[in-house]
Design a protein around this ligand. Sequence first.
Ligand SMILES: NC(=O)c1ccc[n+]([C@@H]2O[C@H](COP(=O)([O-])OP(=O)(O)OC[C@H]3O[C@@H](n4cnc5c(N)ncnc54)[C@H](OP(=O)(O)O)[C@@H]3O)[C@@H](O)[C@H]2O)c1
Length: 250
Amino acid sequence: MRPVWIVLGATSPLARAFAIEAGRAGAALLLVARDAERLAPVAADAAIRTGAEVDTLVADFAEPAGLAALATTCWDRAGALGDGPVCLFAAAGTMPDQAQIDAQPELVRRVFAVNAVSLAELLQRLAPRFEAQRGGRIVVVGSVAAERGRPSNYVYGASKAALQTYLQGLRGRLFPAGVGLTTVVPGFLDTAMTYGLPGTFLVAAPETAARRIWRAAARGREVVYVPWFWRWIMLVIRLIPEPLFKRLKL
Ligand SMILES: NC(=O)c1ccc[n+]([C@@H]2O[C@H](COP(=O)([O-])OP(=O)(O)OC[C@H]3O[C@@H](n4cnc5c(N)ncnc54)[C@H](OP(=O)(O)O)[C@@H]3O)[C@@H](O)[C@H]2O)c1
């Protein structure tokens, strides 16, 4: 049986590396991204490097209209690619500079739409299909930023916190149907999102991160920090009392 991975945000370096892992493991790939021109070489690269059958779809998560049709199209096109379970990896996300959001408050809506609302609606629409399939796995990329609101990126962090709380509930809903859900909690990754950003440290390569995520998903892990040490860094950060935390320039 050949499983199929739907990959959302497929032009992200993390998603590209994850798709390569899935393709090498014998899965077919449905790559979904918002920019057709950037998606085409990504799809060609995945097909050449893995030998996987690859299909593509274009969707913009800032546009809530069309998510019902996207859910149906995704499921149908994925079903046509393989005879095994359909699985889903979601890496679409946006992180405008906090100063830019402060200057343009309407960006709050966009950040929440892309990082949380559209993805939650899409998963909500796909959930009955996953339940009926009685198997498969969903892997969604959150962020350590969700775990403590910091002045330097609290809108992004809040959107990821909404997503991660949503995923906790969805995990419980899908569990009786045998559908697994892995929440990925990365620290800093070496991608366009962090390029030139001040204050980044312990930056991980997306390929290394994707390998860890792939292994964690295969083992049925519920939550995976990438790299692993961020679990402990965030534990310490969560323990800092609020009266002190608000004084820190983070
Ligand atoms: N980089 C980090 O340090 C870091 C840390 C923690 C979590 N994360 C998360 O990891 C995931 C992957 O990000 P990345 O680091 O690989 O950054 P990235 O290269 O900027 O990738 C973000 C992806 O989201 C897509 N996207 C952005 N806006 C979209 C929209 N309106 N509709 C549909 N797709 C949209 C992008 O498409 P385009 O290619 O068209 O822009 C791209 O595929 C994100 O969820 C991010 O929040 C990253």
